[in-house]
Design a protein around this ligand. Structure first.
Ligand SMILES: *Cc1c(COP(=O)(O)O)cnc(C)c1O
Length: 604
């Protein structure tokens, strides 16, 4: 550590920038000095044109001039990058979102349950409830929410996007399949709420151990959900307990294969899913099935309807369509209660697709598009348990927000009922962003169904335009650009161009194995806030000489060392089992605790 390292916009030695309040009477410091110059340690790609020292915050503060210089530089950067951006499925800048500016003077906090007013009165829960009703109706749920009616929907607007929606779904599904129930003990001075969980019977030891299934095209948040909530994936359980019995033959795949693998459209292979689910259901495990409706990289749709209809008879054969669960109230151990529950949970990750697909169907019914409507995915299907979506993807917002929705009868009940906030703690976060519900409501109040359809058709036209333009570039430069598109999606993926182009347009890059060859791809998303001019600009750059020349990266973006850390840790745990390495570079005989997404689709 050195107080002599230059720090802050004036490049004075750090110790000279230190506020006297941080110096103890004996001359020692109350705070630590930098051990290296952060400007040299952190990654500041030249392309960003950001001056690292502008942002180092000295404890004596900035001059007004320095603050302005830093903010101006940041504004210029953000404006340029936002204008050029065409890589990800986010939309922003809509006039309906500008309304947010007028509400920044209040701390809008929708803490607690959306349907129960709490003690914190500066909230927008009436807007939140109406946003939720809108989507409940669109997704064919029974609405409005009614605590007394288990068939009605229940949901909330998330603080994060679909990562939180997925997390909540896995939590909800896990507890439901583990047979947990909430009990409130009212015999004491204060009511005490606890979870009770039945013990499995000796002949059905797996009855309350759910196993999770999702496809290789799924979002990396699923892996985190499993890790955080300690839920078994079929891969983990299969490799640990049945290494030689994978029903697909060979080694257990880490995820359910997608149709046609990397070369396919990205939807889950239903036959393989069936075989994998049956293997575990036959052993008495309940199944937690996570499906995609608009996957991250390819925009692919799992055929939810067909999956439910195919799996249900098989689940029924194994007594897993519905089952009786015996719950015992600790205060009345002699009067067990029998409750009926499904032995499976189907969650739909509709981060992008669930928010616009209903409008695709309306456009089709109106004869405004010939594109076939997508498969049904929503609460009209009795086997769908939960759905989530990301509001910043569709319709768009200037920050992350989302919806988690389930049926009231399946609702996860809170382990506590804090008197502190006065509203049941049914959501994941504590404080929840009330401005999110406000901007979302503001969008819905300004866009009719017709306007949503127009917006979608505009995006689809842009997709068609971009596809045709890419084909022209391909013909002009005489190079196969591996252009690909999943019908109904708003994305096109093609050969990865050079790093300057990836940076300029914020393209999302990934690699796929096609015909045994590892190929680099990028995708673009043609969201409704983009124009033909955005496409034209990209095409012009793709036409330039060297556009598709691979560059050496100055710096590895992903810290590969992480994998080594994991390996070391596992090796310690499994000492003595090591015999060589598998293709993931892990020692053979050592199973990763879970597959950490170093390079998953859409991760970068
Ligand atoms: C974007 C995305 C997510 C995660 O959503 P966030 O809003 O980034 O949390 C989850 N699933 C899919 C399919 C996605 O595309």
């Amino acid at each position: 550590m050195s107080g002599d390292i230059p720090y802050g916009p004036d490049r004075k030695p750090w110790k000279e920038t230190l506020h006297p309040a941080a110096i103890n009477p004996d001359g020692t410091l109350m705070v630590t000095a930098p051990s290296q110059d952060p400007a040299k340690i952190y990654s500041y790609p030249d392309k960003e044109k950001v001056t690292p020292t502008f942002y180092q915050v000295p404890s004596m503060g900035f001059t007004a001039n320095h603050t302005k210089k830093a903010l101006d530089e940041t504004s210029t950067y953000l404006n340029t990058q936002s204008d050029n951006h065409i890589g990800y499925q986010v939309a922003y800048g809509d006039a309906s979102q500008q309304v947010a500016k007028d509400y920044l003077h209040a701390f809008l906090n929708n803490i607690g349950d959306p349907y129960v007013p709490g003690n914190y009165s500066i909230h927008t829960k009436w807007m939140e409830r109406n946003v939720l009703d809108y989507y409940a109706s669109l997704w064919n749920a029974k609405w409005p929410h009614d605590d007394e009616d288990p068939e009605t929907y229940w949901g909330y607007v998330c603080t994060m996007g679909s990562s939180e929606g997925n997390l909540y779904a896995v939590w909800n599904g896990r507890d439901y399949l583990q047979g947990k129930f909430m009990m409130t003990d009212v015999t004491g001075r204060y009511p005490i709420t606890t979870y009770v969980q039945p013990k499995p019977k000796a002949d059905k030891p797996n009855a309350f151990t759910p196993v999770t299934f999702y496809s290789e095209d799924s979002h990396y948040s699923f892996m985190k959900c499993l890790a955080v909530l300690d839920v078994m994936s079929f891969y983990r359980l299969g490799t640990e307990l049945y290494p030689d019995d994978c029903p697909l033959g060979g080694d257990w795949p880490t995820e359910v294969p997608s149709e046609g693998g990397d070369s396919g459209p990205g939807s889950i292979d239903v036959d393989k899913l069936y075989k994998l689910v049956e293997f575990f259901v036959a052993k008495g495990h309940p199944a937690l099935i996570l499906l995609n409706y608009g996957s991250t990289f390819k925009g692919a749709y799992d055929d939810v309807k067909r999956i439910g209809e195919t799996l249900l008879p098989m689940l029924k054969r194994h007594g897993m369509d519905e089952r009786w669960i015996e719950v015992t109230d600790p205060n009345k151990p002699d009067e067990p209660i029998l409750v009926k529950r499904n032995g499976f949970w189907i969650h739909i990750d509709g981060a992008l697709g669930c928010a616009y697909m209903p409008f695709m169907k309306m456009a089709f019914n109106q004869g405004r598009t010939k594109i076939q409507p997508p498969p049904d995915f929503d609460f009209k299907l009795p086997f769908v348990h939960s759905i989530c979506t990301s509001g910043h993807k569709w319709p768009g917002a200037p920050w992350p927000l989302g919806i988690y929705m389930t049926r009231t009868g399946l609702q996860l009940q809170p382990p506590t009922n804090p008197g502190y906030i006065g509203s049941p703690d049914t959501t994941f976060a504590g404080c929840r962003n009330g401005l999110s519900s406000l901007v979302w409501w503001s969008f819905l109040s300004q866009y009719t169904y017709e306007a949503q359809i127009d917006r979608l058709l505009y995006s689809l036209d842009l997709v068609k335009y971009a596809y045709e333009e890419l084909e022209k570039v391909q013909a002009d430069i005489g190079e196969d650009l591996w252009i690909n598109y999943t019908p109904l999606s708003l994305t096109i993926w093609f050969k990865k161009p050079n790093d300057d182009i990836i940076f300029k347009y914020s393209l999302s890059a990934d690699s796929l194995v096609i015909n045994g060859e590892q190929r680099g791809f990028v995708h673009i998303y043609l969201m409704a806030n983009k124009t033909k001019a955005n496409v034209d600009s990209l095409m012009q750059d793709l036409r330039a000489p060297g556009a598709f020349v691979e560059e050496k990266r100055e710096k590895k973006w992903i810290r590969r060392a992480r994998r080594a850390d994991v390996e070391r840790h596992i090796t310690d745990l499994h000492d003595g089992m090591i015999v060589g390495k598998d293709d993931k570079g892990l020692k053979k005989g050592v199973q990763p605790l879970y597959n950490w997404p170093l390079s998953g689709r859409g991760f970068k």
